[in-house]
Design a protein around this ligand. Structure first.
Ligand code: FAD
Length: 549
């Protein structure tokens, strides 16, 4: 008898699993149940459909039930919600959205790919017309319709994460004045705070009002639309509200069936994505995975891991010994011509996990050589283990070439590579694309200098509390235009002749514009017997670590 594999959820993880399974097993009966009206749609494209950058809704539909049937002999049932799993019987209960009728389906193997639902807190007024979340094609259609029919002049986006920022850009694109209200003291909470600062600056430069460290507590009907009230007592009158405060794994079905959930609220799975029931697998946003770098378990809701896990479960179902390596949270977000991207562990995640054997360097190289027109700075942070140089994470922001550098570093992290590998990486170069020393090479070299003991780093977060002498080696005019409080200025070119002005009994923390001259100064000073440390990334980093200064 042919094996019957049922899949719950027909988008990123579920559709990948179904299609791969057919490629490996021509005989299996594969049925996908999708609660919504579409399968395999481009959730990641939804903000751009709201913004009318993608104008044709049909472009969001990557595959149809017809295609699945004709090309793969996979049966896809849309408008079919799986409402219960009866594990002892090996059956599921499926409710038809149109008729309400419930049927029972037998499985030999069951794959759960139900995703995650946008968090919709029970604030007063949260269900008022004009308050939206974004997950499905109908959600995006509803926001578009509201914009076109109600013609709101302003929008409040609650939450400054990936979806919040993409929505902010797209609403501005539709002509709305946008305010983002974010609970954390930074936008893009997955990033380290100083790297998120670049994103905040770009948003504000484009006219988006960014309110940090404040929480929305209520919404109410106002004379001309909605009023959003915050904990700090602020209120914003607006025509539309988009809630983008994160997602919660869809675990109701799994929990009611008695499957084990993890401490972070996702479905617990092993490294083959198998749940606590040997006949049930789970993938995508609904599951908890191991972080590839920190080893911590958590929910990492991204399309790449969901797709890979779908493919992996198909392999496992066909007897292949595939194992999920974990997720490293490689992610990118673009808005207003600006890109922020990250991979691996952040400094705050490492610190939270109790790690101490790590350091971070900052650099601001051009995305291609400076002599070719149009070079744009990439603000790059590389985090690595001090003891052996293992690359732990990276974050970058800028207008051009950002995601390419993060992708290279992500691959090195996958291969458990070191800063020495980044130093040696041989990457594409021609003037309009990069440099003979690519930003990735530079990052590796700077970090390798630290690991090899050629230079010590000074911690930015102590710069205002240190007893060390703060020495700025930029030219006098640069120093006059902006400096770290209490720093003294001796330009690099004069340093050898003015060593007598420096203390032999105090550490000297050196900064320049972006870190390069300070590194030269540190090498010079240490060879003259001074205790010098480099403030990595220079004054450019200072300005984002201390935006108020
Ligand atoms: P989904 O793709 O969400 O699919 C789950 C499906 O299961 C849903 O269609 C749901 O209706 C269905 N379902 C749930 N319960 C049941 C049930 N009981 N019965 C039947 N069907 C059920 N990730 C990125 O990496 N990059 C991006 O740029 C990006 N942008 C995004 C933008 C938006 C607006 C959104 C919403 C998400 C974005 N993501 C992005 C996240 C990415 O879409 C998800 O990580 C990915 O889709 C997760 O795949 P999944 O299969 O786990 O869940």
């Amino acid at each position: 008898m042919k094996r019957r594999v049922l899949i719950v959820g027909g988008v990123a993880g579920g559709a990948s699993c179904a299609a791969r399974l057919r490629r490996l097993d021509e005989a299996a009966e594969i049925v996908v149940f999708e609660r919504g009206p579409y399968v395999s749609f481009a959730n990641c494209g939804l903000p751009y459909y709201v913004g009318n950058v993608i104008q044709d809704e049909a472009k969001l539909l990557l595959a149809t039930p017809k295609l699945f049937r004709e090309r793969f002999r996979i049966e896809v049932r849309t408008g079919a919600e799986v409402v219960a799993i009866e594990r002892p019987a090996g059956t599921i209960r499926v409710q038809d959205a149109a008729t309400g009728a419930v049927t029972t389906e037998h499985y030999d193997a069951l794959v759960l790919a139900p995703g995650a639902a946008p968090i919709r807190p029970n604030w007063p007024g949260v269900d008022l017309p004009g308050v939206f979340t974004l997950r499905t094609v109908p959600d995006s259609r509803a926001i578009r319709a509201w914009i076109e029919e109600e013609k709101p002049a302003t929008a409040v986006v609650v939450g400054g994460g990936f979806i919040g920022l993409e929505m902010a850009e797209n609403l501005v694109h539709r002509g709305l004045a946008v305010t983002i209200v974010e609970l954390a003291q930074q936008v893009m909470p997955p990033l380290d705070v100083e790297m998120a600062e670049y994103a905040r600056q770009r948003l504000e430069a484009k006219g988006v009002k960014v309110v940090l460290g404040d929480a929305v507590v209520a919404l109410e009907q106002a004379e001309n639309g909605l009023r959003v009230q915050t904990q700090a007592g602020a209120s914003f009158d607006t025509g539309v509200v988009v809630l983008a405060i994160g997602v919660r794994p869809e675990t109701k079905l799994a929990a009611e069936a008695g499957l084990k959930l993890g401490a972070r609220g996702g479905i617990e799975v092993n490294d083959q994505m198998q749940t606590s029931d040997a006949r049930i697998w789970a993938i995508g946003d609904a599951v908890e995975v191991k972080h590839f770098v920190t080893g911590e378990r958590g929910v990492i809701p991204l399309a790449g891991p969901a797709n890979r896990q779908g493919r992996l479960v198909a392999d496992v179902l066909c007897g292949r010994n595939a194992k999920f390596r974990g997720s490293q949270g490689t992610a990118v977000c673009g808005f207003f011509g600006f890109t922020v991207a990250m991979t691996g562990a952040t400094e705050k995640a490492l610190a939270r996990g109790g790690a101490t054997d790590f350091a971070a360097v900052y650099l601001h190289p051009g995305h291609h050589v400076g002599y070719y027109p149009g070079a744009k700075a990439i603000h790059l942070k590389l985090i690595f283990r001090c003891s052996d140089g293992r690359v732990l994470g990276a974050q970058a922001a800028g207008e051009e070439g950002v995601e390419r550098r993060i992708d290279v570093i992500a691959t090195v992290i996958q291969k458990q590579g070191t800063v020495f590998d980044l130093e040696e990486a041989e990457l594409c170069y021609a003037p309009q694309y990069g440099g003979a020393k690519d930003p990735v090479n530079f990052a590796g070299m700077i970090a390798a200098n630290v690991v090899r003991g050629d230079v010590e780093l000074a911690p930015w977060n102590e710069v205002h509390d240190t007893d060390a002498l703060l020495l700025d080696v930029r030219e006098a005019a640069e120093f006059a235009a902006g400096r770290i409080d209490d720093a003294v200025n001796i330009p690099l070119g004069q340093l050898r002749d003015r060593l007598n002005e420096l203390p032999a009994d105090r550490e000297i923390w050196v900064n320049c514009g972006v870190g390069q001259r300070a590194y030269y100064a540190c090498r010079l000073l240490t060879q003259h017997g001074f205790r010098a440390r480099n403030l990595s990334g220079g004054y450019r980093t200072y300005r984002v670590v201390y935006p108020g200064h």
